[in-house]
Design a protein around this ligand. Structure first.
Ligand code: BG6
Length: 483
């Protein structure tokens, strides 16, 4: 499919996300010949700056991240970029921007809002005032969209005054990861797993997104946000939907999103009385990650010294429907954990009657591990007979490492999603009702935590507070941790 000609206006062009993720992703797409030759990138920020200075400012962080940038490919790429000052409170800036945009009429105009969410609405107002909300405009909204259901609803309603839902791309970059696509392929492209993918055969599901990084330079943002809003309300719940949804009738955008919303609606609410039993919040203390000493959360820049913001969350979720009733979905995420790993683990039930001597473990022996990070792999664990004169069983696994099995370049999550926006494919973006439902589910937890209590401390470089292990051991379960 040939790529349409487009212009992309990058609001928040001087910010971290644009420099570290979006521009490198666009560079990759450029280098792979995926961008129309005439396509332009118009970066905006609230400060005055010349295009030359803006492009020079990309030399350090962005260029270093643009893998394989040769002087020629980089020069070609930056020739697409210009900079315009666009403070959402200054209409005159948007007149200049609109003039720049109207100088050409590509098939598609993408407006990427990589700014703080409180300026999404003023930006949309200005876009509409200057005629930049015609049907060929697509608007990309970065997370977090609001702080709770009410504020996210207010933003969504305001944006909806100027743009139709089919023009709005709410991005969750986890949906662009190759392994998440593969999860769909495994489930719905093969008959093998589907009969087992249900309460009769699945003992529990675990979804982990663990990071080694701390809050980096985003202390101020993070302290107002916390792990539940930053990771669970979006990335973890989206992964849960991909694991648990019914087979969609097709790959069309609404077929997939209709199935995801059913799961979000079927999530059993966690009542304020159940919060203590079904959730764990943690906050890291000084420790060591990868052999290097790191400070505690409260010592990080931008963090209130008495902050109660959680940097770790573990939750026992349940889905109240016929397929999943009674199967725990354990979710966890944290900063400054022992290793960077994101994976989905499906534990299958044990045989009803064991005739072979078996290894003694708490963990079920049949497990499917879908790893998203650091490498992409799928591993199926089962028992085989130990070689030799014995009938005892021993665990082994069938491994599929995508890096080894499929050579060649694979698009990163942001690159894939940006190309989808340009092509007008909405399937991997979050619909308004999904987002609202995810807020509805996390809110009682947020509210209960806000009322009192403190996150449990954990040492940086570990797997989180001991209470996270206890959350599972109450069900005779264990977190799967193989790095
Ligand atoms: C972002 C969060 O959405 O995801 C960050 O705001 C987090 O706090 C990041 O570090 C993790 O993404 P990835 O792709 O590096 O696992």
């Amino acid at each position: 499919m040939s790529m349409p000609d487009f212009d992309m206006v990058l609001f928040g062009g001087t910010g971290d996300l644009a420099r570290r993720k979006l521009l490198p992703a666009l560079f990759d797409a450029h280098r792979a010949g995926q961008l129309h030759p005439a396509a332009r990138i118009i970066a905006t920020g609230s400060h005055p700056m010349s295009t030359e200075d803006y492009v020079a400012s990309l030399e350090q962080g962005t260029r270093a991240r643009a893998e394989g940038a040769t002087p020629q490919s980089w020069a070609e790429f930056i020739s697409r970029i210009s900079y315009v000052q666009a403070d959402a409170n200054v209409p005159a800036h948007f007149d200049v921007l609109a003039e720049r945009v109207h100088a050409r009429s590509p098939e598609v105009l993408v407006c990427y809002l990589a700014t703080a969410p409180h300026i999404f609405v003023p930006i949309c107002e200005q876009l509409a005032r200057t005629g930049l909300n015609h049907p060929n405009v697509r608007i990309v909204l970065e997370k977090p969209l609001g702080h709770d259901l009410e504020s996210s609803d207010a933003i969504n309603s305001a944006v909806a005054r100027y743009f139709g839902e089919e023009q709005i791309y709410r991005i969750d970059h986890y949906l662009g990861k190759e392994s998440v696509q593969n999860l769909m392929a495994i489930r719905f492209g093969n008959a093998l797993f589907e009969p087992l993918w249900r309460r009769e055969w699945v003992q529990d599901v675990q979804i982990t997104i663990a990071e080694e990084l701390g809050v980096e330079s985003r202390g101020d943002f993070y302290d107002r946000t916390g792990a539940l809003r930053d990771m669970v309300q979006n990335h973890l719940l989206q992964l849960l939907c991909m694991v648990a949804m019914e087979p969609p009738a097709s790959l069309s955008e609404d077929a997939i999103r209709d199935e995801k919303i059913k799961i979000l609606k079927a999530l059993k609410p966690i009542t304020p009385q159940e919060v203590a039993e079904k959730t764990v919040r943690g906050q890291y203390r000084a420790g060591a990650v990868g052999g290097q000493p790191v400070p505690g959360y409260l010592e990080e820049k931008g963090i209130a010294p008495d902050s109660r913001t959680e940097t770790f969350v573990a939750i026992k979720a349940e889905i109240a429907n016929w397929r999943w009733a009674g199967v725990p979905f354990y979710l966890r995420t944290g900063k400054r954990m022992q290793s960077r790993v994101a994976e989905i683990v499906i534990h299958f039930r044990d045989v009803p009657h064991a005739i072979f001597p078996r290894p003694v473990t708490v963990m079920p022996q049949n497990r499917l591990v879908i790893r998203l990070q650091p490498e992409e792999s799928i591993r199926l664990y089962f028992l085989v007979k130990q070689p030799g004169d014995t009938v005892a069983l021993t665990p082994t696994s069938l491994d599929l490492d995508f890096g080894n099995s499929f050579k060649g370049r694979r698009a990163g999550a942001y690159e894939r999603l940006l190309l989808d926006v340009i092509r007008g494919k909405l399937g991997l973006f979050v619909r308004r009702d999904e987002q609202a439902q995810a807020w509805r589910w996390v809110e009682p937890i947020l509210d209960t935590w806000a009322e009192g209590g403190s996150p449990r401390p954990y040492t940086a470089g570990t797997w989180g507070p001991a209470a996270s292990t206890a959350l599972l051991s109450r069900d005779d379960a264990l977190w799967y941790e193989e790095i």
